[in-house]
Design a binder for this molecule. Structure first.
Ligand SMILES: *Cc1c(COP(=O)(O)O)cnc(C)c1O
Length: 492
């Protein structure tokens, strides 16, 4: 199995090469030349644990990885750093089933990919005879940075540097990052906003002299952002796990179809569901849930993608996105692998901020259903589900739940459904607690953690337990202009 770019047909790019490279030189994203089909029976899956399912799915995409190497990746990624043996447990309430993707070290779903990506990189280095240490350089608005830090912490042959806006992340997010352990981790607060951090990182990536300086010291930059195929593929696995769990829980008859509802930002998570469906997993509808930044909802309704609109800061910040980069991969598939068409659309997006797909392409997207929920609707369902069922949803999951209710009301579709839960309520404590009751208004995040613990019958995820008292390991703060020097300080 080889990979190609969404913008130009390439020859003979292996999976491990695509992982090391991250993005294609023509600006396109790496996609498998043809999507694999599942080579096992649904019934067999019922006996597999998560590590086995992950192995069985990923091997179909990353064919150049040997069995022992891939098994090394799956067993090291999905281990005791998850606080559930099941890795992705299914939680059911009266009217809904949630696939909880938040039991990893940073209690959000990015852990599913970022805990395995470092191991993919090690294997990829070995196969491609890359001797240099890989230096992951990331700017973060909060969540991705910590997930990447946890993933790469202690992984030999890699180093990770994270820049975050000193005054632009929540107190809990900051505490999570600056208490990260591991000699190969480096965290720096920047006196500027997220865009400043992002621009600073891009400049470092683009600085040819700097690159050479580092190459002389046997370092090579790479990035862990969500367009790397090594982040997308492991996400396909949990849809198979969800299916098996639904059957085992008696919610779904083996062989019948299920629907999935996915809270969407960069379109990675829901694209993984689309891949699972195309591999043969019986999925009927892919329900794409957006918040007030409903560019994807409008796209699915009209066939026109238009980013020229006001940007809203919402209570589900990880979905506050106007350019969903992984959508480019869907365009490639639904256009019949037409790289010229993808180039044309991406050019229009870049130059005008808007493009429209053909009727044929729209027809090929008929399995997607779009919906959205604003902050008021999100708040309302958090309270309702908690009051009626005692189940606490985070804001992103609540967006999905709200859209699920609307989908059922609209279509009367009674297909068993899995709602993908992308974050623990502990990650968005303030929004969740004030949705439950006004009495939590104006209380700081660290106190609210303790209050939430009472609502959760004494349960608190390991990631949050005692976080206020952890030792601060990273005290670096710098000006935007000093970012390259900080990188030198760490690496030399
Ligand atoms: C990143 C993120 C999302 C969006 O996922 P995409 O793959 O970018 O669509 C949703 N919820 C949470 C909590 C996230 O961190």
């Amino acid at each position: 199995m080889f990979y190609t770019s969404t913008r130009k047909q390439l020859e003979e790019i292996t999976a491990t090469k695509a992982i090391l490279q991250g993005i294609s030189e023509d600006g396109g994203l790496f996609v498998p030349k043809t999507l694999p089909t599942m080579d096992f029976k649904l019934k067999e899956m019922l006996d597999w644990n998560y590590q086995e399912i992950a192995y069985r799915i990923i091997r179909l995409f990353f064919e150049d990885m040997k069995e022992e190497d891939l098994r090394y990746c799956t067993t090291h990624a999905y281990d005791v750093k998850f606080d559930s043996d099941e890795i992705v447990p299914l939680a059911s309430i009266k009217h809904a089933n949630f696939l909880e993707l938040f039991h990893g070290p940073t209690i959000a779903f990015k852990d599913m990919a970022l805990s395995i990506l470092p191991y993919f990189m090690l294997v990829s280095k070995k196969y491609n005879n890359e001797k240099d240490d890989i230096v992951i350089l990331t700017a973060t608005s909060g969540d991705t940075g910590k997930a990447a830090l946890e993933g790469f912490s202690g992984v030999e042959g890699t180093k990770i540097i994270v820049f975050f806006p000193e005054d632009g992340v929540s107190d809990i997010q900051k505490q999570q990052m600056v208490t990260t352990v591991g000699d190969n981790t480096f965290v720096v607060g920047v006196k500027g906003n997220f865009d400043d951090c992002q621009t600073g990182v891009k400049e470092i990536f683009g600085d040819v002299d700097f690159k050479k300086e580092l190459a002389d010291k046997n370092y090579k930059f790479s990035s862990a952002n969500s367009i790397n195929i090594g982040r997308l593929v492991p996400q396909v696995a949990y849809y198979f796990a969800a299916y098996a769990k639904m059957v085992k829980a008696g919610k779904l008859e083996l062989g019948k179809e299920m629907n999935v509802v996915v809270p969407t930002g960069n379109f990675g998570n829901i694209l993984a569901a689309y891949y699972a469906k195309n591999m043969g997993l019986p999925i009927k509808k892919l329900v794409c849930a957006s918040n007030t930044n409903k560019v994807l909802f409008d796209f699915l309704e009209t066939g026109t993608y238009d980013r020229n609109r006001e940007f809203h800061l919402t209570s589900s910040p990880s979905m506050d996105i106007l350019i969903s980069s992984n959508l480019e991969r869907l365009l490639y598939h639904v256009s019949g692998e037409n790289t010229e068409k993808v180039c044309e659309l991406m050019k229009e997006l870049k130059e005008k901020g808007v493009y429209s797909v053909t009727d044929e392409m729209r027809k090929n997207m008929a399995d997607f259903y779009g919906g959205y929920a604003d902050d008021a609707m999100t708040k309302e369902v958090i309270k309702k589900v908690y009051d009626e069922e005692g189940y606490l949803m985070d804001t992103h999951t609540a967006v999905a739940y709200s859209v699920y209710e609307k989908y059922v009301a609209d279509t009367k579709d009674e297909t068993p459904t899995v709602i993908v839960s992308t974050a623990s309520p502990y990650k968005f404590t303030s929004s969740v607690m004030t949705a439950v009751s006004d009495k939590y208004e104006g209380i700081d995040d660290f106190t609210l953690l303790e209050e939430m613990k009472k609502l959760e019958n004494g349960y608190m995820p390991k990631a949050m337990d005692g976080i206020a008292n952890r030792e601060i390991k990273h005290k670096n703060v710098c000006e935007v202009s000093e970012m390259p020097q900080m990188v030198r300080n760490f690496l030399v």
